[in-house]
Write a protein that binds this ligand. Structure first.
Ligand code: ZN
Length: 436
């Protein structure tokens, strides 16, 4: 949303810049009306000399002429939400970027919501939050722009995992719309009917995306948003334009206060209200120092979760509760508490045990399947044939039939040994063949 004072300042800037820097020409390529009621995209080149500026202009034109082949932009009512501007910044030296401040000041002759910089050399395209897209003269194209607008406007995450970018698979950001850590469809059932696919957000395992392909996964071959992405773009555009409310829901947590000490079964309820209606409540659980894991998505009142704390090792935990309204505004409440079942735990009548390790030989991942109901911390240590520790996986949450995954795709082909510990007590051990 933009206000009038913004435009007044821009008008002043424009007159100043025209006097000071006659090179900062700009053109409104697509004019759908007042910038206060539109999303303004501004292209600017960097590293183009006056002799090369035509290359930049033709690249911008090529991209704009194809944007409407991507489904969200092909919808006429969406296309008319956009204004597109082109700023022709002249660089003194070919292929060398203007200083960031120079780019910013020249781009600001237009009232942009999103700035798309085309650099006159080749590099990896990407988004710079909150609203800058970096493109490169030799490789950029309209599907990359649409993908990056999926991040900026739709707040969508990447749905691919085969990235050259070294990235730590560190769980979910709390605002993630289109990536989830559960292979069930409960979060997206209103938009996507199929089961989710594993692999997203640079992680091959443990995170799921809504559809096999989409522009957020493989923009070159699938230049289209999936149903969830289309909805996210609608909501995101509405929030930028001020036509969709951005008020966070009210959220109250019953049954758990900060620094409580809990044992046995923990019953937590959430009371959430919002003018637009509550869409869902998400409960996440984390052991201190670990990434959080989704435990329940509740779409019907009363919103509540029941957690048997005897399934966890004693220690410090966090319960995150997120309430989403129907416009995907959310409120998050975090409770820190301690689990102490030292005295509550009576017996290990049905201790955990390893029942299956598969596939073996393994190519990409090995699954360790356990049975048994009592609580335990399960630790799996993996050694190479030289007896060196290769990896250590711990899981504190023992569900009815927990499965712990071990990603072996980066390991050399060989035989590996595993040793399992339950609450630091030695359990089963065995061999796994990794064959790529
Ligand atoms: Zn991306």
């Amino acid at each position: 949303m933009k206000n009038n004072i913004y435009n007044i300042i821009f008008s002043l800037l424009i007159s100043v810049l025209i006097v000071v820097n006659a090179d900062a020409d700009f053109t409104k390529l697509i004019d759908n009306g007042d910038s206060n009621t539109k999303i303004d995209l501004t292209f600017i080149g960097s590293g183009f000399t006056s002799a090369e500026i035509c290359d930049y202009i033709s690249k911008v034109d090529q991209n704009i002429s194809k944007m409407n082949t991507v489904n969200w932009f092909a919808i006429p009512s969406n296309a008319t939400l956009l204004n597109v501007w082109r700023v022709d910044a002249i660089s003194p030296t070919s292929g060398i970027d203007l200083a960031e401040a120079e780019i910013n000041s020249q781009a600001q002759v237009t009232p942009y919501d999103v700035l798309i910089i085309i650099h006159n050399y080749n590099d990896q395209e990407g988004v710079r939050y909150p609203n800058i897209v970096d493109l490169y003269i030799y490789s950029h194209n309209y599907v990359v722009i649409a993908h990056e607008l999926g991040h900026i406007i739709g707040k969508l995450d990447d749905e691919y995992y085969n990235s050259h970018v070294a990235w730590k698979c560190d769980g979910l950001s709390k605002r993630t719309i289109n990536v989830h850590d559960k292979p069930s469809n409960e979060k997206w059932s209103d938009y996507i009917s199929t089961q989710p696919y594993e692999g997203a957000r640079f992680c091959e395992f443990g995170l799921w995306r809504p559809t096999e392909n989409s522009i957020m996964r493989d923009s070159a071959n699938t230049p289209a948003f999936n149903a969830l992405g289309l909805k996210a773009m609608d909501i995101g555009a509405g929030k930028i334009l001020g036509t969709i409310e951005t008020n966070q829901p009210n959220l109250e947590i019953i049954g758990l206060n900060n620094n409580d000490i809990k044992s046995g079964v923990l019953e937590v309820a959430a009371i959430a209200t919002d003018d637009s209606g509550i869409e869902r409540i998400e409960f996440y659980w984390a052991k201190a120092g670990d990434t959080s894991k989704s435990i329940k998505i509740d779409k019907t009142e009363p919103y509540a979760v029941s957690i048997d704390t005897t399934r966890f090792v004693d220690g410090e935990y966090f319960l995150d509760t997120l309430a989403y309204d129907t416009n995907w505004n959310y409120t998050r409440v975090t409770r820190r508490f301690e689990v102490n079942n030292l005295h509550a735990r009576v017996s290990q009548a049905n201790p955990p045990k390893l029942i299956k390790v598969y596939p073996n030989p393994a190519k990409a991942k090995v699954l360790f399947q356990f049975a048994g109901e009592q609580s335990s911390e399960i630790e799996i240590s993996i050694f190479n044939i030289a007896g060196e520790l290769v990896s250590k996986i711990t899981s504190d949450f023992v569900s009815e039939q927990p499965i712990i995954e071990w990603n072996v795709s980066g390991l050399v082909k060989s035989i590996y040994m595993y040793k399992i510990y339950y609450n630091k007590q030695v359990g089963e051990s065995g061999k796994i063949m990794v064959s790529h």
